[in-house]
Ligand binder design. Structure first.
Ligand code: ACO
Length: 333
């Protein structure tokens, strides 16, 4: 069974409540129909009920009647959610009036449903920019204990099976944190190793990437990756993490063995951790477009509850896949 099918089978077992705040967006409602048809999750759509049902009829969707629909204009729990918002952010000037107003925004409403325990996970971003999806999540769901940064990993399914584990690799951070410090980069590496084990279902071999391999160059940018590698190894000795190393040394055995002969990872990496968001985002898009990789994600890691952000260019199957991944994250796999 391929990875995506394994992930879908896992999702079916757990029947988690996934909220899709962009309930009137065409690809989202089509994905919701497919998710309900396949039994991947319980779906909560946010939007006006009559509009959602009309779209479902227009698109010939048969399963939307099984979804729970929450309309921000009539949602009975808004006041309870507003109280949570005030409690959490009164020091930042949050008032009941401001909170009630913000809850008309489906992205805030979805986040508060999770915070209040009325949903298990969220997938959004088909119609909204990353920052708009993430900000409410950062403010109200927050990070896991002991984690200070959220980051985004992609499962890269490569046509060339010689890379990673039979063509499967994990790249991070490609989506969230623009310029991590050394300790933040270490956290990202450890979080990515955990995602690799839990979602990509393989034993992580993590390469901390740079333009230098094991001291071949010296610069403060290299120093950051070197420090991050040391911190990550101390944080999670159970994982194989090594660096700093160049991309070719990480993934090509003949080069890894020459440039980093003492490394267990060089030439065999199945996880690439990039030094900043410029490199991570550019690299995953180039590999996707030029090498024909399927890029599944971003899978957000480090958040206290699974909230995942789509690219606005996503397809219906991207949404279905990310909901299945989110359901697995909810189950703590
Ligand atoms: N992890 C956890 N919390 C965070 C993070 C993070 N990575 N970044 C910010 N926060 C928190 C802050 O601590 C702050 O909390 P507070 O209000 O309780 O004090 C809150 O979030 C807002 O922080 P700001 O610094 O004001 O963050 P801002 O909203 O300006 O930016 C954002 C956050 C939007 C995620 C920003 O880092 C960003 O734009 N990142 C790039 C996203 C992007 O464009 N990615 C590429 C496209 S995605 C793709 O191609 C798949």
């Amino acid at each position: 069974m391929d990875l995506l099918n394994k992930i879908k089978e896992g999702a079916k077992k757990h029947s988690k409540r996934i909220v899709l705040p962009e309930g009137t967006e065409e690809r989202t409602i089509k994905a919701a129909d497919e998710i309900l048809e396949e039994g991947l999750a319980q779906v909560i759509l946010i939007g006006e009920k009559s509009e959602i049902m009309k779209l479902a009829a227009d698109f010939g969707l048969k399963n939307i009647k099984k979804a729970t629909i929450v309309d921000p204009a009539t949602c009975e729990k808004k006041e309870k959610y507003a109280e949570i918002m005030v409690e959490m952010r009164k020091h930042k000037g949050m008032t009941m009036d401001k909170a009630m107003h913000l809850l008309n925004d489906p992205l805030f409403l979805a986040t508060l449903m999770i915070k209040a325990g009325d949903a298990d996970g969220e997938v959004a971003g088909a119609a909204n920019a990353t920052g708009d999806v993430l900000r409410p999540a950062f403010q109200y769901v927050k990070t896991l204990p002991g984690i200070s940064v959220v980051s985004g990993a992609f499962l890269m399914i490569l046509p060339d099976k010689k890379f990673g584990d039979d063509g499967l690799m994990v790249f991070a951070d490609c989506a969230v944190h623009p310029n991590p410090t050394d300790s933040e980069l270490a956290e990202i590496a450890v979080a990515t190793a955990k995602t690799t084990k839990a979602i990509a279902q393989m034993e992580p071999r993590v390469a901390m990437l740079s333009f230098s391999t094991m001291g071949s160059a010296n610069h403060e940018m290299v120093e950051k990756v070197r420090n991050a590698t040391k911190i990550a190894k101390e944080m999670a000795p159970e994982f194989k993490i090594d660096g700093e190393m160049q991309a070719d040394a990480a993934i090509i055995e003949a080069i890894g063995s020459k440039k980093a002969p003492n490394s267990e990872i060089a030439g065999k990496a199945n996880v690439l951790v990039f030094p900043d968001l410029n490199t991570g985002n550019i690299a995953y898009k180039l590999v996707q477009r030029m090498a024909g990789a399927e890029a599944v994600g971003p899978v957000l890691q480090g958040m206290a509850a699974p909230i995942n952000d789509l690219s606005r260019g996503c397809s219906v199957s991207d949404i279905v896949n990310l909901v299945a991944i989110t359901a697995n994250q909810c189950a703590g796999l």
